[in-house]
Design a protein around this ligand. Sequence first.
Ligand SMILES: *Cc1c(COP(=O)(O)O)cnc(C)c1O
Length: 230
Amino acid sequence: MVQENLTQVEANIAAACKRAGRSRDEVTLIAVTKTKPVEMLQEAYDWGSRNFGENKVQEIMDKYDKLPSDIQWHMIGHLQRNKVKYIVDKVCLIHSVDSYRLAEEINIQAKKRGVVVPILIEVNIADEQSKFGVRPEETMQLVREISSLDGVSIRGLMCIAPYVVDSEENRPFFRKIKALSIDIEKENIDNVSMDILSMGMTGDYEVAIEEGATMVRVGTGIFGERNYNK
Ligand SMILES: *Cc1c(COP(=O)(O)O)cnc(C)c1O
């Protein structure tokens, strides 16, 4: 099943890139593997996937040693400061930084290990109460503050768009965060680039690509529905 799904998702990504006049290699597919067993991750790996996304520190730690070392792990979920130390040298990108205090802790842990950790700023693009992320109008200020920490490097923005039935409803949000990333880029802030825009999930990744996503995070569309009560 994983292979068929991956082939389908890959075809959809290629088609969306084509519609948008973009090259296929501008978009990285992150296979979101949360709750899924390592056997399924291995299957995706064997079919060519190298970018995996998890939202829990414990799950990254459990899976990390059981799978090939050339996998790029992405932390895409809410991150508690006291857990930063466990993953800072395991992940290639932390997508979910939404406070100075969290960035500060990543900075401390990065310096201990002599590395610079690439991060994205998570924006609560639709101002939803239930969601993490900085408010759009406060994003520029947060980026400026975090840019002073030299153990982290801001590489772009991330958002989780609202859950909708018709993905077209999210197009305005994707446009809005893209515009925000352009505004930030124009400021030419030291230690900040806006090369990455992480947006789009199973329900809306094609629209997200049309609106400029450079990373899409697809779980259900590759691995099937998640079962949280195992
Ligand atoms: C679970 C998750 C996804 C994947 O969601 P699907 O709808 O299953 O594709 C993407 N991004 C984040 C942050 C997630 O937590």
